[in-house]
Design a protein around this ligand. Structure first.
Ligand SMILES: [Zn+2]
Length: 101
């Protein structure tokens, strides 16, 4: 038994409701990678499985959790667009509060 996580990422197509999500699934733990957070071409190239433990992104135990997470991506992207224009107008400069006493 190994103390290390030895994943085996394979490319899979998951069907949830009417969604078909192509992403990487670890055959060892059944963890599902978010294809929007994770570069699935690196994590699980179509030619074969990879065994990397360095996954920069979100992992999920169920496809339903993944779909819920992917729905939040859509709102995050629109949030970002709004933030970018707001940040440009942001001014620096704090007004120190006057202390009484
Ligand atoms: Zn994600």
């Amino acid at each position: 038994m190994s103390l290390f996580w030895e994943p085996k990422w394979v490319r899979m197509k998951l069907t949830v409701d009417d969604f078909i999500i192509e992403t990487c699934v670890d055959k060892t733990t059944n963890l599902i990678a978010c294809p929007l957070c994770v570069d699935i071409d690196l994590l699980c190239p179509e030619e074969g499985a990879s065994t990397t433990t360095e996954v920069k992104g979100s992992l999920f135990f169920t496809a339903v959790d993944l779909v819920n997470h992917m729905r939040t991506h859509a709102s995050k992207i629109s949030d970002k667009k709004i933030k970018v224009s707001e940040e440009e107008e942001e001014e620096e400069g704090e007004v120190p509060e006057a202390e009484e006493g």
